[in-house]
Design a protein around this ligand. Sequence first.
Ligand code: PGA
Length: 258
Amino acid sequence: MVKTAKMQDKPLRKLIAGNWKMNGLRSNVNEVKRLATLIGKAPANADIAVCPPSTILFQMAQAAKGSLIRLGGQDCHVSKAGAHTGDISADMLKNAGARYVIIGHSERRTDHGETNALVAQKMEAAHEAGLVAIMCLGETLSERKSGKALSVIGAQLRGSVAKTANAKNTVLAYEPVWAIGTGLVPTNAEIIAAHRHLRKNLVRLMGNDGLKTRILYGGSVKPSNADEILNLANVDGALVGGASLKASDFIQIIRSLG
Ligand code: PGA
């Protein structure tokens, strides 16, 4: 396994977050109860979050009460409230029981034309509401093939991080677009290089907090590869899509932390 020295003094507490995307009906709410039972009462050696569609967020938050699982939204508007049909604000997510919100996911950057500047505004809105923003970035396959992956994610980072960001209210998720939902995963060396580059840029942007800000890896994380990925330098957790939908899969990823 390829490893390089960590830039941090000690490893950061990991975060394993599930991104349910546009999946999940009321009949799936109990999946979070199943997960809570599997995790048990023992202090987890990581923070655990599930980000369901907002239609079942409140119910899931109720179902997860008393467990170690925290809830998250998948996007938020830049405003607190107002005439924005179909949108949801960070305050609303918080009110429904969220601790986290994913912002700038590549599916939103692609499907909804979200720019770095908009993502930065969303991050600020999340912070104002008291949510932890999980900000996603990652290169496309053509950017990777043309050798631009690091410069692309560096630019995304610099453009998408709000001035309000600190190590407590912000998490990054490096998600190569070509690895999302495809079963393809970068090599260990590619993940290490990307996370090292993000860490360097975080320190430039945030000073000491840049060392303490968690950087998750996301893109086809499964029970079979979680252990290896989660042990790489500067990988402080995972953002998991497909494999987070079933408690029986997600628990294996959580347990791979040992
Ligand atoms: P995946 O999705 O694990 O299904 O590849 C990850 C994500 O998009 O957050």
